[in-house]
Unconditional design. Sequence first.
Length: 666
Amino acid sequence: MEREEDPEEGNAAASAGRRPHGPGAPDTPDAPDGGSGPDGGGKRGQARAEDGAGGEAATGPPQPPEADVFDSDVLPAPPHAARSLLASLLRPRRRRVAVAALLLLLQQAAVQAGPLLVAFAIDHAVPALRRGESGPLVAVGVAYLGCALASGRLQFAFIVAAARVNQRVLMELRGRIYRHAQALDVDFHDRYTSGRLISRSTTDVEALRELLDEGLQELMAVVLSVIYILGMLLWLDIGLGTAAVASFVPLALLVRDFQRRSVRVYRNKSTAMASVIVKFAETVNGIRPVQSFRRERANDESFARLNGVHRQANGDALLEMARYVVLSRFTANAALAAMVLWGAHRVASGELALGVLAASALYLRRLYDPIDRLGMFLNSWQSAAASLEKIAGLLAQRPAVPEPAAPRGLPARRSGGQGREVVFDRVAFGYRTGGEVLPAFDLTLPAGQTVAVVGATGAGKSTLAKLLARFYDPTRGHVLLDGVDLRDLDAAELRRSVVMVTQEAFLFSGTVAENIAIGRPDATRSEIEKAAKALGAHDFVVSLPDGYDTDVRKRGGRISAGQRQLVAFARALLADPAVLILDEATSSLDVPGERAVQQAMLTVLRGRTAVVVAHRLSTVLVADRVLVMEEGRIVEDGPPAELIAGNGRFAGLHEAWRESLVQGVP
């Protein structure tokens, strides 16, 4: 039957049981939404209720959001990760940042000149006007208008300069996340849901955008205005200036308390948002099993619970902000009223000029107004800091399959293209938390030999194949390709030499030709068509509406599973690897589709070393040699005809397969 689920983003809850995670990964309840473990063979793990597309609905009131298990436990962010990440993004653009800061400095100088002009007008220009001298008042008016115009122009220039910096920073950060996600190993993607990756590159980056577009500008404006105003107050009157400085003590305590309380709130908010995205993505990606098993109502209830948690987290953030704004305004207004009353008493006694009091009152009002804006910055900063911590944690993840420090090349390939020798030298593989999957074993595959690997589910077939493809590294021993350890081999040469074709035959959005050309991006159209013809795929391709230029659409959904597999084989043939791995490449096909693919298989296997992980024994008969695996061990090894003639495990499997054919079961 044709496989319908998306192999990369399939519904985790649709499978029958939890598979173990990759090496060193704890068995977290956060199941991935696609992919398979080392021996998963395309099978999905069972997701937790709130993340799986078919999970049971939870009841009761919204609970606090669960910790982002991977981010907080498996991958803790380094200390000060958010600030370090932000600094690394801004450092290459420090000159542009300095220009923007200078523009804001000049803009604030123009803005803060206003109260001084008011003081001059009251104490000097108005008395001069009474004496018939209008020049000082006109000068004040012209100066005030000039400051307003200069402030507007400088504000515009600052916004443009800051926006250019911000957009470049955000573009670089998205690029970093995308490139890093592609560089991370299969084990990482088995554990880390694509929904969380989407959350990191969308909502978390959006939180940083809000900080850069609004928060940092507010902070710089607040700091500069406070410095200007306190300086002017101290210059106008030392008493009022000193009182204004003293009034900052209770306000500073309020800011510190708000910052401390909001850290937890915004972390919960970020995690809750990620949970909503994960749930939505997994449900949509698994829509077929959701509808097949009538899980809509259960999913609605589960999503409603997660949505309620997100609403609660947002409400907590708004309450913290409201509490801060109310208390800070009350403190600021009380301080302003006290200082104005004191200043008025001093004016009445002749100790203070009226214009100085008016200018001081304006400055005091401007001094306390930014306190609300500081709260908005802290609001943006806490939200961005929580997001940046998660992004920094993601970027801090190092591949479990690292690039070699001193890469080695392979010896020249033998003439005639007979593949390369593969040696498993005392290789063992297992999980830190789950014990060994493959006990230590030795295996040699001569160059040019086709080896089929059979066995029950969980026997270790796919693990062996993925170790050869270096999706994972063995915990002990070495996998050698023509005598070179895969861990020492240059990654680009490894991918040219070893190619895996899986049962899913994943196709990207784009044309048929573009999907075949993935095997060798510099291939010409004639080379692409030649590969398709060699595999028997040319006829079905030219029958498509636009032939090789037909867009296969998302996941190759425009063509059948068998046709997708033929495109995958054409891709592999065009790549011309020395070693080819077929991981259950026909297990999801019906009998006609399997026969067509098997004919293509014979073509693509010719002249190279091949490992065929077989689900159907009809595939095994094309092999030169059969390995039977059981509990991670090779229990039988020999030519298929010789093993069939014996009375071992493979003979029993072959007999059971023949009986199934008689009964009409493929």
